[in-house]
Design a protein around this ligand. Structure first.
Ligand code: HEM
Length: 496
């Protein structure tokens, strides 16, 4: 009993200290460099900054020559090294890649991913990487992607926008684009079309839970493991939503996998190029660490690919259309380029459109940060020493806005910075423009994503005008995906 009272008293005084420092910090200074308190480290200051974490990383990394060491509470295991230094990024992602696996800490935080490519390491990752690269660069898979996008544009997005324009309805463009991606990704991965994008806007069970789930994963980076594990076990707050979302996903996955196995057994399944069929028949002589007959393994493979491609692309397009609404001169230039150079069989010709997409992802990278841990202690090019399993946060959001990296106009939206004097697209090294990550673990779906974004952008920009609803607040939600907190509310006008 005495032990319990002592523990309660300790927890109560800890809470008292956090709140005291939190209010003192809020009152005393709002600078980006956080004050370190006894026992509590920089937590009080971080609590103030969390709702605007992305802008805070820009300010703090600009003020600290691109690398900042965050001290968490005593023994909480939440110390973090934030960096947006291209030299550190190049070192971690490429030069010393072998020393920076995703690691056990990443696996703990992203436990829902299981053995999928986003969380895997070593030989398993190598097999997943090689096999998904082979799939994504297969002509039939690319054809499936183009045909599913063409059909969804014609049969879902266009009728939806036409209806909104005719009836003068306010729509949430972010939600619309997410639904478009839910449907096309699902077709690509399982050949199943959930038809989530339609005028009726049906409920989408897994997706509605996935958004708070991604927020829960974000907050896990700043909380002691024991804390969020307890929340998850009891089932409270965002952790409850995360648990429910993945319970729904697991049920859905079980049904889809078992019915596909049944179809294959009965010989009913025609040769198709979706991800599910590919991985159920994957060549285990070539890829020894893959387990095509294990349903849990297939679930993990599918989930990683679903999350990797779906929310990223819809986030990129949402910020892109919002930036266009604020920069009509860019919209006019893209329209002119489409009018004069558009060739549906060669979207590479739309150089200015590509430049505008890059520029948008420089300022609003769909994955705003990445998390790495060294397996052996190391010294980064910036001079910072990192111990085994230290948590390093690579901030892609801050990297795209650093004046020392992009120049004094870093915060301006200027697609022209991507165009060379000869009119072709400027290539920037991936450790400087890191929206698709860098090094051996860079995005496998980059080509597919750019193709899809261009197809959607051409269709929408040619035929519609958007106006953002007056007074609508635009801010990112703290999450592992850069989503707009209040959506993107717009009215639509069809160009006749
Ligand atoms: C605008 C759209 C996209 C962006 C900005 C993007 C960005 C990224 C980033 C930053 C990573 C590194 C993540 C990490 O290391 O934790 C990544 C990895 C990955 N992406 Fe993408 N992605 C996009 C679209 C896609 C699409 C459409 C697919 C496929 C359908 C895809 C498949 C993957 C895969 C499989 C990986 C894991 C690579 C590995 O770990 O080896 N991505 N992506």
């Amino acid at each position: 009993m005495a032990m319990i009272s002592l523990l309660e008293a300790f927890i109560a005084s800890l809470f008292f200290l956090v709140f005291l420092c939190f209010f003192l910090h809020k009152k005393s200074h709002g600078g980006p460099i956080l004050k370190s308190w006894p026992f509590l480290g920089m937590l009080p200051g971080m609590l103030v900054q969390l709702p605007r974490i992305f802008d805070w990383t820009v300010e703090v990394l600009e003020a600290t020559n691109l690398t900042f060491s965050f001290k968490g509470p005593w023994f909480s295991g939440t110390d973090l090294l934030f960096t947006a230094d291209p030299k550190n990024i190049h070192h971690i992602q490429s030069k010393n890649f072998g020393n920076y696996p995703k690691g056990p800490e990443f696996k703990k935080i992203f436990d829902v991913l299981g053995d999928g490519i986003l969380a895997a390491d070593l030989e398993l990752w190598e097999d997943l990487r090689k096999s998904s690269h082979a799939l994504f660069h297969h002509k039939d898979f690319e054809k499936l992607s183009v045909s599913s996008n063409t059909t969804k544009l014609k049969e879902a997005l266009v009728p939806f926008l036409d209806n909104a324009s005719e009836k003068n309805i306010i729509i949430d463009l972010q939600d619309v684009l997410q639904r478009f991606m839910i449907d096309t990704s699902s077709i690509l991965i399982t050949s199943y079309d959930p038809m989530s994008l339609s005028i009726e806007m049906p409920e989408v069970k897994f997706s509605e839970g996935a958004e708070p789930g991604e927020e829960a994963i974000f907050y896990r980076h700043f909380r002691p493991v024991i804390f969020w594990k307890l929340q998850n076990w009891i089932g409270v707050g965002l952790e409850r939503k995360l648990k429910n979302a993945f319970f729904n996903f697991d049920q859905m996955s079980e049904k889809i996998v078992s019915s596909r196995r049944e179809e294959i057994r009965r010989g009913k399944r025609e040769a198709s190029m979706d991800v599910l069929t590919y991985y159920m028949n994957v060549d285990t002589a070539k890829y020894k660490h893959l387990q095509p007959s294990n349903d849990k393994f297939i679930r993990d493979v599918v989930l990683s690919l679903l999350l990797a491609g779906r929310d990223t692309t819809s986030s990129a397009l949402t910020w892109f259309f919002w930036l266009l609404s604020k920069h009509p001169q860019v919209m006019t230039k893209i329209r002119h380029e489409i009018k004069t150079k558009f060739d549906p069989t060669d979207l590479e010709k739309l150089v200015y459109l590509h430049a505008a997409l890059n520029e948008s992802m420089r300022l609003y990278p769909p994955i705003p940060f990445n998390h790495k841990s060294p397996s052996k202690s190391d010294v980064l090019p910036s001079g910072h020493k990192v111990e085994v399993d230290a948590k390093i946060v690579l901030s892609m959001y801050a990297l795209g806005r650093m004046r020392s990296v992009w120049g004094e106009d870093a915060s301006d939206f200027k697609p022209e910075r991507w165009i060379l004097d000869n009119g072709s697209l400027r290539h920037e090294p991936s450790y400087k423009f890191m929206a698709f990550s860098a090094g051996p673990r860079a995005c496998v779906g980059k080509h597919l994503a750019l193709l899809q974004m261009k197809m959607i952008a051409v269709e929408v920009i040619q035929n519609y005008d958007f106006k953002v609803v007056e007074g609508h607040k635009i801010e990112p939600v703290p999450s592992v995906i850069l989503r707009m907190k209040h959506g993107l509310l717009v009215t639509v006008d069809k160009n006749i």
